[in-house]
Design a protein around this ligand. Structure first.
Ligand code: HEC
Length: 119
């Protein structure tokens, strides 16, 4: 086997390893949106994490959600108005996707940048 072929094979193998693992590692905002609906978070927090007008019904989660670790710790261990979700009820990958979804929600524009609202 030539040295060049060996290098090629090694590179192809490495690329395969990276590609095969990418979906498992990267949190996915689109999947997170589906999970946010599936696990019922939207019922209290609104479909975009905007929270509820009834303050006891669900806090604002987006834009700018808590950092993932704090976010996850709360969801796992809350014992107040929100029911806790164990890893059995809500797998860590789905929780990371939910966090990615909430992180992907853009901030509302400053009204000053919208011409129609400044006439
Ligand atoms: C039954 C209604 C309800 C459901 C369903 C619900 N939440 Fe909540 N959530 C709340 C309430 C109420 C609070 C405020 C609780 C508190 O301060 O103790 C809260 C707080 C939070 C917080 C803390 C926010 C902060 O800034 O302190 C996070 C994070 C959160 N929820 C995520 C989720 C996720 C993710 C889901 C779905 C897996 C979910 N919640 C489902 C009612 C709900």
């Amino acid at each position: 086997m030539s040295r060049q072929f060996f290098r090629f094979a090694l590179a192809a193998f490495a690329a395969g390893v990276v590609l095969a693992h990418a979906p498992a590692l990267a949190a996915d905002a689109a999947k997170g949106k589906a999970a946010f609906m599936k696990y019922g978070c939207w019922q209290c927090h609104g479909t975009e994490g905007q929270g509820s007008a009834i303050t006891s019904a669900g806090k604002v989660l987006a834009p700018d959600p808590l950092p993932l670790e704090t976010f996850a710790a709360f969801v796992r261990s809350t014992d107040r108005a929100m029911p806790p979700y164990s890893e059995l009820a809500l797998p860590p990958a789905d929780l990371a996707d939910i966090h990615a979804y909430l992180s992907s929600i853009p901030k509302a524009k400053d009204y000053k940048t919208i011409p129609l609202l400044n006439q």
